[in-house]
Ligand binder design. Structure first.
Ligand code: NAP
Length: 199
């Protein structure tokens, strides 16, 4: 059975990815800050501790990482740093610490978001980080060995999140459609690419 670490497994997207992976017969190690063992992607030591001694992973999927909404002219240093330290460097540090744990032909799948390419107003912090992640996976793919792969999924705004925010989610895909895209990436052969989900 293929073993997958899923970070952010209790989130809107993570829950759907977890379900899809289990339905397809993967052995999922579902994790987040509140799981046992836990992982906090904003803390390098926590990431290193989580992956220490592991050599047996077929995939690592991250569906966690924060970035800040807000008008550019009002963004504080602290808000800007949330995107940089959590969503961007959190996922970069996962790749740094997880490489030794990833078996040959294994895959790392990160999460960006469609604002990398189709931003809304007040999404500079999110768009910047999502686009950076795309550049990062393109370049990292050139250095991976023995068939290891890295991808970033750019989810659109999903129905569940729109509805939780009191918005009309009828034109948004459900989290399960996004989950299918993660699993397609995992089971395909592509590397260094961004994966989009039809909205
Ligand atoms: N939902 C959308 O419409 C959408 C669209 C595009 C992109 N995205 C991106 O997709 C990712 C997941 O979004 P979501 O809406 O599913 O988020 P969510 O519902 O808020 O869930 C976040 C998940 O990540 C975990 N988590 C949060 N901070 C963490 C940390 N520092 N270290 C480890 N785990 C952490 C949470 O669990 P704990 O609290 O236990 O840690 C939870 O499992 C985010 O990067 C988001 O920007 C989402």
């Amino acid at each position: 059975m293929k073993k997958v670490v899923l970070i952010g497994a209790t989130g809107t997207i993570g829950k759907a990815v977890n379900q899809r992976l289990r339905d397809k017969g993967y052995d999922v190690i579902a994790t987040s800050r509140k799981s046992t063992p836990s992982i906090n992607i904003e803390n390098k030591e926590s990431i290193a501790n989580f992956f220490a001694g592991r050599k047996d992973l077929d995939a690592i999927i991250c569906a966690a990482g924060d970035a800040s909404f807000g008008a550019f002219s009002n963004l504080t240093d602290e808000q800007i740093n949330i995107g940089l330290n959590s969503k961007l460097m959190g996922q970069v540090n996962i790749c740094r610490k997880a490489l030794d744990a990833l078996k040959p032909n294994g895959a790392m799948i990160l999460t960006g978001g469609i604002f990398a390419h189709n931003p809304w107003p007040e999404t500079t912090n999110i768009a910047m980080v999502n686009a950076a992640l795309e550049g990062f996976v393109k370049a990292l793919a050139l250095e991976l060995t023995e068939g290891r792969r890295v991808l970033v999924v750019h989810p659109p705004f999903v129905k569940e999140t729109a509805e939780a925010m009191g918005m009309d989610g009828s034109n948004c895909p459900p989290a399960m459609a996004v989950a299918r895209a993660y699993v397609r990436g995992l089971e395909g052969q592509e590397t260094g690419k961004a994966i989009y989900v039809d909205a």
